[in-house]
Design a protein around this ligand. Sequence first.
Ligand SMILES: [Zn+2]
Length: 240
Amino acid sequence: MRYPWLVPGASFHPDDDALPALVRRVFTGLGLRVVKLHSSVGAFSPADRRLEPLWASAASEGVPVLIHAGQHSPGDTDASELEALDAVLSAHPRLRIVLAHAGHPATAAALDLMGRHDNLYADVTPVWLSEIKVTPEDLERFAGRFLFGSDAPKNPVPIADQVARFEAMPLSDRARIMLMGGAAASLTDGTQRNEVPHGTSSHPRCPETRYIREKPDPGRSMPRPWPSAIQPNSFRISWL
Ligand SMILES: [Zn+2]
């Protein structure tokens, strides 16, 4: 494989025909190891019962599911929409769900949900220009369950600025390392988060797992404002 550190992924929709067979083919036939769901683009709720085969297979196969749960522009989530995840997380304790944007702006509700479910993770990618309202205390409390950059790398906030925000926080080494790749590595490796070694910022399978410290190349940056055809939320996933 030319890029062995890349993690191939898939997306599903409740309307997909024969979803159980499709999920089986994707996980066992094609070997895709991460799922992204987008409730807004797909106009569906995580509570849709037709997704049940996906939850069950993702749990048994150890495939993490990143979900953008909110259905509001430009990517906002209501606390009521997060509650749809409560039953899914309870019914499938081995299923690892990553909540995109930590449910912004319903971050408090998302943190509450994380407190109730060890199998809920959260991503800190901004929603368009709005940063996710997490504190260093939040990141320490749930160290190992916060991920940087797992949703929507096509975001107008320069990635170096996003990194700088978290580097400026008084975080423990463990919380910072897990945020900046360790948690993602544990999810895609099939290992438990507590088994990821402390004190390293790189993943043995993924030499590119590291902080991105470089300033972006101005010649390669996207125009601002972005063309309206480009949406702030992307199906592309970047496990850093
Ligand atoms: Zn998103």
